[in-house]
Design a protein around this ligand. Sequence first.
Ligand SMILES: [Zn+2]
Length: 445
Amino acid sequence: MIKIHTVGGFSEVGRNMTCLELNDDAFIFDCGLFLPPIVELEDNEKNSIYNEKGLRGIDAIPNDLVLDDKVRKKVRAILISHAHLDHVGAVPYLAQRYGEAVIAGTPYTIEILKTLMKDNNVKMRNELKTITPNSSLKIKDYNIEFINITHSTLQASLIVVHTKKGAIVYANDFKFDNSPILGRKPNYERLEELKKEGVLALVIDSLYSGSERKTPSEKIARDLLEEVMLTTNNKEGCIIVSTFSSHIARLKSIVDFAKQLDRKILFLGRSLYKYVVAADNCQLVPFMKDIELVTYSNQVKKKLSQIEKERRKWVIVCTGHQGEPGSVLDRMAREQLPFKFLKKDHIIFASSVIPSPINVANRDRLEKKFKEHGCRIFTDVHTSGHCGREDLRDMIYLLEPKHIIPAHGDLSKLTPMAELSTEMGYILGTSVHLMQNGSTLELDK
Ligand SMILES: [Zn+2]
């Protein structure tokens, strides 16, 4: 018996979770958070929400109650594809429901999971297992592979569970990037081999399946940053850059150009601290010696008043690119921190706005504040970590799966992937399957 239960991330962008049921055993791929309902809470409501009941109440974690007790007890492992919160963030709240299951991921992913557990004071009895990219582990009779792939954080993996009927490949999230700045290229050789061995099903990141393009490499984001940082007139002011804290390759580019400008570099904010220190614990940060990392409130204030007086000598990297209230950038813009903006200051958003209404509104408000201060603003200095339609076509050519299950979004995101599949000869409902949260697909009826 081979069943794929699509638990979360098939009716929204977030709280990803897929369960693969095979006779007496089952495996879970990813266990992530859906962030918008958390972002929308007032500050005083946030403290009490971080537990299973609270997060379930606002639909911020996968509704794994759709898996009946029989399936739940069969789960042998929770396999995590990468360190983003929409893939790993719900593990601390749900893992106890799968008491004996091992939790496996690459070193960086597991390091982030440990940080999340510590932050929320969660202790789990599940065994944590680190798997080097491009290696495998054996659980009961099953061989499980973590294949190196490129995305917007370190050590992202395609996860493969080998069954007698063929491989089940979980490809959520990825892009094909041959110049990833940090980390290795996708393991194309292994993907070619998998095709020969036979791929039964592919669960695939369809977020941008409607964008008719190949997603540009991280090398392009680096070029965009280089243009903004090295070819604009920024001699007089402070340079402030905000990007995704888990995007260590992007942070490396920012540090490289700051050094070329002969400026000192300050990283500000809790989430930057968390992701950079976790990566450093895995020996994955080549720029640790070049930066100062400040997180506690009084240190932040002290440092900013120093920088205000010598602003031409500094690049500040900070949190808040989505305009999150209470982030360093937001507090700086509102002048809640001892730093007064001047017209010659540059604000660089090395990110795009995640298109949920709350983010769009927050970012609008933040940019307005900067405009009031008269700062120069550079937006969208960024390339996505998610594959476009032509990357997806390449993946299907590479693997030639018998079945395709579009993932990572509601029907509006999944449907273009189904259309692409039918364009390539798949049949809707027979070999490409549009799933929603709480559905089950049986593959070997
Ligand atoms: Zn991701």
